[in-house]
Design a protein around this ligand. Sequence first.
Ligand code: Z5A
Length: 209
Amino acid sequence: MRGAFITLEGTEGVGKTTCLEFVRDTLAAADIPAVVTREPGGTALGEIIRDWILKGNHGRLSAETETLLMFAARAFHLDEVIRPALDAGHWVICDRFSDATVAYQGGGRRADKGWIQSLRAAVHADLEPDLTLLLDAPVEVGLNRIRTREPDHFERENRDFFARVRAAYLELARDEPHRIKVIDATPSLPEIESRISGHMAAFLGVFSR
Ligand code: Z5A
């Protein structure tokens, strides 16, 4: 049986990376080791693309080019890391995946969402996440949490950009409520972890049967 594919999503600073550790620990406590990876990234090529995009020294980078770079990194990541791990029965936890492209390049940058979904189908029609934890908070909450660090290519965007990203994520969640679980990311970390635990327990009950 193939392993489960879990993704974490959300706008800047909502706590994905922090909560990913908690998801990994929850699985480990259930005796389920997991491969942890991220996008863009997760492979040598993906990390080069990530570094190049996030540094932001690229002059004019169109929404379409940004989208294609995300999917190029993703296609390689799927071939090299995600599919082999799942096929070997391992679980995979990925910090962002294709929902991020719909939200950032489709919502934030206003690239055509139909085109993005067609790329999604071309690259991984056979595989979607089994569970997506979408950490959601008002834009100001996330931006406030990361205000002391040097902003990258995306973090230099304005509030309206992140409001469109958030709206696109919430639209995806409305369309796919069984896969995408929205978690209010504004309370304290223990409270958020308790909500994640609830979703994980329900998911483990269904996926492991
Ligand atoms: N991107 C894209 O455009 N298209 C795509 O297809 C993909 C990605 C895949 C890199 O992603 C960028 O790539 C991303 C979108 C774009 N945009 N940017 N920038 P990333 O995931 O590596 O980068 P990120 O979203 O900026 O990560 P982040 O800012 O580190 O956010 P986070 O992982 O959600 O937050 P965190 O690091 O866990 O927490 C941030 C801080 O808040 C930290 O100090 C925590 O201790 C604190 N924190 C966390 N939770 C709480 C609570 N509950 N209360 C108080 N403080 C908290």
